[in-house]
Design a protein. Structure first.
Length: 450
C-alpha cells in the first residue's frame, strides 16, 4: 500500500511538471506596453492610467481664508481651521510677515445675515469686533480682556464700518425678534457694551455696504426689495451724517438708472465710486457732483461678482487717482491698475484663477488670490507685480497630476449667445491615450440662482 502511494505521488509530481511545461509552451506572450515616440509616455486607455494621487489626498482637509481687514500695522483675516471641522478664527499678519492668532478657531466667527453672511469682522484700533456663529451676536475683543457682547440676542449683524465722529459702529442688522420675516435696517451701535443701538435707516427688505466718507460727513449704502436679488436691481443711497441727529437728508442717487449697483466706495478725497451693470456689464463708475454716473473704464467685462455674501471688495484705491481692480473677461481673471484721470490701464497679474478681497493696507493693496493649481494665499501688490505675503496649510499634491482649467467658449443652441466654461482635461505625465480615443465627459452645471 505504501509503495502504491509513493508511486502515485511521483506520478502527480511529473504531471504537474508536464502541465507547467505545456503552459509555458503555449502561453500567449504579454505584449510590451506601447510608448509614444515623441514624448516617451505610455499609451493606455483612459481610465487605466495609474495616478500617484489618492482620493484621500485629494479630499484631505485644507485651511482656507476669506475676509481681509486692514489695520495700521498689518491686516486681520479670517481663516478656516480644517482640523476643527471648518470653524473660523482670526489671525493678524504683520508688515514683517509675522503671524499672530487673535481669535481662536473655537470661537467660530461667522455671520448669517441674509443666511449667506459675509463681512463678520471689523477692526478699530486694537479692538476687533466679530460675530460668533452659534449665537450670531457681535462681540468686542480687546487685548487681555474677555470678549464683551454688544448686540441683543436674536439679532444678526454684519458689514460693519466705523463712524469715528459718533464713536459708534454702523452695521447691517437683521432682527429676528419680530414675527414673520426678519426686519432689515442699518443701525449705529455703542462700541463698549451691550445695547439696542440706534436705527439709522429702515423700510427696505435688504441692506448692504454701509460706507462712511473719509471726512465722516456722509453715509452711502445699497438697498433692494423683494423679489429682486442683489444682482437684479438695487438702489444707491447717500445721506448726511450728524453725530447727534444720525442720518439726515437721505436721498437716492441714480434713480433714473436700472440695474444692479454694488460696492460703493469713497476715494481718499471723498468722491463716491460704485460698480453697476447699466450696460449689462459690471463696470466702475464715479458719481459726479450733479449725481450722474461717469464710467471710469468701459469694458465688456465684469469688475464685480454676484453678491451672494456681504463684504465683497473687487477694487481698492491705491492713491486718489489710481485703482487696483479685479476684472473677469471670457473666463479669465486679470488684476489691473487703473489710472482714473487718464483712463488707461496697466496689467499687474494674469496668472490667478480668482482674486477677491482687494483692500488698501498700510503699505500696499492686499488681496486673496487663488491660482489654477491648488496654490492660494494672501498677496500684496509691489509695483507692477505681486508677492505672496502668507499661504495657508495645503494638502501637498504633485501639480503634474492635477488637471488645470482651460477656459472654453461655445454658442448656445437655444439663445445663440456665447457660453463660457472651464474644461479640465486628463492630466498625467506618464500616459497618453490612443489617438482614436476621447476621455469620458462629465458636464457640471450650476444649479442656481436661488
Amino acid at each position: 500500500m505504501a509503495r502504491r502511494l509513493k508511486n502515485l505521488t511521483w506520478v502527480l509530481v511529473w504531471l504537474a511538471v508536464a502541465a507547467m511545461l505545456l503552459m509555458r509552451l503555449f502561453q500567449v506572450p504579454v505584449p510590451e506596453p506601447l510608448r509614444d515616440e515623441r514624448s516617451g509616455r505610455l499609451i493606455a486607455d483612459y481610465g487605466s492610467w495609474h495616478s500617484v494621487l489618492s482620493a484621500k489626498a485629494v479630499y484631505a482637509p485644507s485651511d482656507s481664508f476669506g475676509v481681509l481687514m486692514p489695520i495700521e500695522d498689518g491686516v486681520y483675516f479670517t481663516q478656516v481651521d480644517a482640523n476643527l471641522g471648518g470653524k473660523v478664527g482670526v489671525n493678524k499678519l504683520g508688515l514683517s510677515g509675522d503671524l499672530v492668532n487673535i481669535i481662536p478657531s473655537e470661537f467660530d466667527v461667522k455671520s448669517r445675515v441674509h443666511e449667506y453672511g459675509g463681512a463678520p469682522i471689523l477692526a478699530i484700533g486694537s479692538s476687533l469686533f466679530a460675530v460668533k456663529r452659534d449665537d450670531q451676536r457681535l462681540y468686542r475683543i480687546a487685548p487681555n480682556q474677555q470678549p464683551v457682547v454688544i448686540t441683543p440676542a436674536n439679532t444678526r449683524h454684519a458689514d460693519c464700518v466705523s463712524y469715528s465722529k459718533g464713536s459708534r459702529l454702523i452695521c447691517v442688522r437683521e432682527d429676528h425678534r419680530v414675527s414673520g420675516a426678519p426686519k432689515a435696517s442699518l443701525v449705529a451701535l455703542n462700541l463698549n457694551f451691550e445695547n439696542e443701538g440706534e436705527t439709522l435707516v429702515s423700510g427696505s427688505d435688504f441692506y448692504s455696504s454701509p460706507r462712511v466718507s473719509p471726512d465722516g460727513t456722509q453715509l452711502a449704502w445699497i438697498s433692494w426689495q423683494q423679489p429682486n436679488m442683489p444682482w437684479d436691481n438695487t438702489e444707491l443711497w447717500v445721506a448726511d451724517l450728524d453725530p447727534d441727529l444720525g442720518v439726515v437728508r437721505a436721498r437716492r442717487l441714480l434713480s433714473q438708472m436700472q440695474g444692479a449697483i454694488t460696492q460703493p466706495l469713497y476715494s481718499p478725497s471723498g468722491e463716491l465710486y460704485v460698480i453697476a451693470d447699466f450696460t449689462n456689464w459690471w463696470n466702475i463708475y464715479r458719481i459726479k457732483p450733479d449725481g450722474s454716473p461717469e464710467a471710469v473704464l468701459e469694458q465688456a467685462a465684469e469688475f464685480a461678482s454676484p453678491d451672494w455674501q456681504l463684504g465683497n471688495h473687487s477694487y481698492a484705491f491705491e492713491t486718489d487717482d489710481q485703482l487696483i481692480a479685479s476684472v473677469q473677461h471670457e473666463g479669465k481673471t486679470h488684476l489691473l491698475r487703473i489710472y482714473t484721470q487718464l483712463r488707461i490701464t496697466e496689467s499687474i497679474a494674469a496668472e490667478f484663477a480668482e482674486v477677491k478681497q482687494l483692500v488698501k493696507g498700510p503699505d500696499s493693496v492686499y488681496f486673496v488670490g487663488s491660482k489654477i493649481t491648488p496654490e492660494k494665499g494672501i498677496y500684496r501688490i509691489r509695483g507692477r507685480g505681486v508677492e505672496l505675503a502668507y499661504a495657508p496649510k495645503l494638502c501637498i499634491m504633485d501639480p503634474r497630476y492635477v488637471s488645470r482649467a482651460e477656459p472654453i467658449k461655445f454658442t448656445s443652441d437655444i439663445s445663440g449667445l456665447p457660453v463660457y466654461g472651464y474644461f479640465y482635461g486628463p492630466m498625467n505625465p506618464e500616459y497618453i491615450a490612443p489617438d482614436d480615443q476621447r476621455p469620458p465627459f462629465i458636464v457640471m452645471l450650476h444649479g442656481g440662482p436661488t
